[in-house]
Design a protein around this ligand. Structure first.
Ligand code: NDP
Length: 297
């Protein structure tokens, strides 16, 4: 029986994950099909129930469901519990296990952009959704001492801070209102800026005015594209990276969870690049644009 793995999101058209996961199944001769399920929030519960069937290896979960799906699975791994977000589901019999492989993907992306420098201790995070939760958890685990979160809807950032209350008790984790002047003041004393909003995903807009960026910054945009933020940051002399490494490694970790086998990383990376060059779209079904020119190696 051909096994099934599904990406559940809204929208999910032209997913990059599909290209890399199907190629990985085929390469390892695993009889499985990666399907895209576009499901509005109201249909999420029924989709999760369906996953309990024998033909399913599991699922990926993306925008906007990563937090909503948490109470719908039977068990959470440590990362999923700690972040309050699930991006990967596996099945054990009829039981569904919620994982968060964005955490592992983010760690690799963070290590890469920091390179040989000393790991900074202060960061500014834009966004408070599922992706931001993996980022904030990663920064806490990395020993950051001050992390400031800006989000369009302040209450969501405050909810995120509250969620991490105990694990962040030793450090300063704060939500601040989204004002250009406050963001600029925070960036002036910060080494790392992470964009975990979807601003820049669908159109060429930036969450931060170019004047607020400076040459000492390391700027990581989770969007898999050379966004305006990354271009402005590179022009200011900053080191930049897009979401490619995170996307690749969260996908590789998910592949191993479903199949028990090491992921063919080089092939998956090549498939991502191919899909991008061919004008394919991001995991959320939007244009990805050109690779980040100044992406950190
Ligand atoms: P969510 O839907 O959970 O969160 C979206 C975030 O973007 C929220 O903070 C939201 O703010 C903000 N936002 C959306 N539109 C606007 C807008 N017009 N103005 C201001 N803020 C806005 O999504 P995720 O956290 O799952 O994903 C966020 C981004 O990160 C996406 O672009 C996704 O592609 C990327 N991502 C990349 C990954 C990778 O592997 N490279 C992994 C995970 C995410 P508000 O709460 O106020 O609505």
């Amino acid at each position: 029986m051909t096994k099934r793995v599904v990406l559940i999101g809204h929208p999910v058209a032209h997913s990059l994950s599909g290209a890399m996961q199907q190629a990985a199944f085929d390469e390892l001769k695993i009889d499985a099909r990666y399907e895209l399920w576009d499901r509005a929030p109201i249909a999420l519960g029924d989709s999760i129930v369906e996953l309990r069937g024998d033909e399913f290896l599991g699922a990926n979960v993306t925008i906007p469901h990563k937090e909503r799906v948490v109470p719908m699975v039977d068990r959470l791994t440590e990362e999923a519990q700690a972040t309050g977000a699930v991006n990967t589901i596996t099945r054990e019999g009829k039981r569904l296990i919620g994982h968060n492989t964005d955490v592992a993907g983010f760690k690799i992306a963070l290590d890469r952009i920091v390179g040989r420098q000393k790991m900074p201790r202060q960061a500014v995070v834009l966004g408070a959704g599922g992706g931001a939760r993996a980022v904030v958890y990663g920064l806490i685990r990395e020993g950051f001492q001050r992390v400031i979160i800006f989000n369009r809807h302040l209450h969501r950032a405050e909810g995120l801070v509250k969620h991490f209350g105990r694990s962040a008790a030793h450090m300063e984790l704060r939500a601040m209102p989204w004002h250009d002047s406050i963001i600029e003041a925070e960036l002036a004393k910060t080494k790392i800026l992470i964009n975990a909003t979807s601003i820049g995903l669908t159109s060429d807009v930036t969450p931060v005015p170019a004047e607020a960026l400076h040459g000492d910054l390391l700027v990581l945009d989770l969007i898999y594209s050379n966004t305006r933020l990354l271009r402005d940051a590179a022009a200011a002399g900053a080191t930049t990276a897009d979401g490619e490494l995170m996307l690749l490694h969260q996908g590789a970790a998910a592949f191993t969870l479903w199949t028990g086998q090491p992921a063919p990383l080089d092939l998956m990376q090549a498939k991502l690049a191919e899909a991008r060059a061919g004008g394919l779209r991001s995991a959320e079904g939007e244009p990805t644009g050109e690779p980040a020119a100044a992406a950190a190696e």
